[in-house]
Design a protein around this ligand. Structure first.
Ligand code: PSU
Ligand code: MN
Length: 296
């Protein structure tokens, strides 16, 4: 049912740290040809930090944990690769399709394989103006014991609404060296986080206490702010225009997030792309540190 790459197989046998990486950011989050370059670079950073990268996707109906270069190229460049959330997984298997996995689907698969740490760019969440449009990422976080390193929720979303949902689902949110909840392209979304951690070891301690307390059924969100944020005025202008453009084009369902991200990349003259790449690299590095610190 699941195929592991050679290096992930070796890491499993040796019980060495593994970092799960999502693939929707490659297929639907970053423009070609930069997407493939970034995906390879992110894997390289995880290795350099002393862990094994496990990019997760479905190829011809088979779940892959860890992709060989040819498979990564396929996810990056093939128009037939769809965006898969958890509900799509069994259907894609049955239809022998290829798919990139969202945060929700990646977390689910990583957990199936006993991988405890996962890096992404920004979480999905509650959408602005359509609060009934809530990413399946939230429910997955509520049900999956995994540490997820992100730069907060995407600033295209309803940030306070998403934070409230995380509270309802009892998902802990830890600010990495900050008490300001990051906003993806922005270092500070304007909302506070109660709990702050300074180092990977602090997260490992919390991870262990959760097992004793039996509060370990959900994810731990580690919010790692981008250092060099997007220009705020530019960000706010593009966001407003992007939301209006999505509305006008009647974009719905799983197309909304890719539409808005692409709008940013097209309108910001490379700024949003630069920040998005910074984010995913920095999150991958931190995720590797955490994977090394966690008990195995
Ligand atoms: N982070 C990024 N770029 C992305 C995503 C996250 O920097 O493209 C993806 C993740 O896969 C996340 C998805 O799960 O966006 C959210 O989509 P939706 O809002 O449709 O649940
Ligand atoms: Mn949605």
């Amino acid at each position: 049912m699941i195929r592991f790459s050679r290096e992930v197989n070796a890491a499993r046998r040796g019980n060495t740290p593994i970092v799960a990486l999502e693939s929707t950011i490659i297929s639907h989050g970053l423009p070609r040809p930069k997407n493939l370059e970034v995906a390879l670079e992110v894997e390289h950073l995880v290795r350099k930090a002393g862990a094994t990268p496990a990019t997760i996707a479905l190829i011809d109906g088979v779940i892959h944990i860890g992709l060989e270069t040819k498979e990564l190229e396929r996810i990056a460049n093939d128009d037939n690769v769809v965006k898969a959330s958890t509900r799509d997984l069994a259907i894609i298997e049955a239809n022998q399709q290829s798919a990139a996995t969202t945060v929700a689907a990646t977390a689910h698969i990583a957990n199936l394989a006993g991988i405890s740490v996962f890096a992404t760019g920004g979480l999905g969440g509650v959408h602005r103006g359509h609060t009934y449009d809530e990413s399946a990422d939230l429910l997955a976080l509520a049900n999956t014991p995994i540490v997820i390193v992100c730069a907060g929720v995407k600033s295209i979303l309803d940030v306070p609404g998403t934070l409230e949902r995380l509270e309802s689902f009892a998902v802990p949110v830890l600010g990495y060296q900050t008490n300001k909840f990051p906003g993806f392209y922005l270092t500070d979304s304007g909302y506070e986080i109660e709990h702050r951690v300074e180092a990977a070891a602090d997260i490992a301690a919390i991870w262990s206490y959760r097992f004793e307390l039996k509060t370990s059924n959900c994810a731990i969100v580690v919010a790692n702010p981008v250092k060099n944020q997007m220009d705020l005025a530019l960000h706010n202008r593009i966001l407003e225009e992007g939301l209006a453009a999505a509305e006008a084009a009647h974009v719905t369902g799983k197309a909304v997030t890719p539409f808005l991200l692409e709008y940013f990349h097209a309108q910001s003259g490379g700024e949003s792309l630069r920040v998005n790449i910074d984010i995913i690299k920095s999150n991958a590095r931190l995720a590797a540190e955490i994977a090394i610190a966690l008990p195995r």
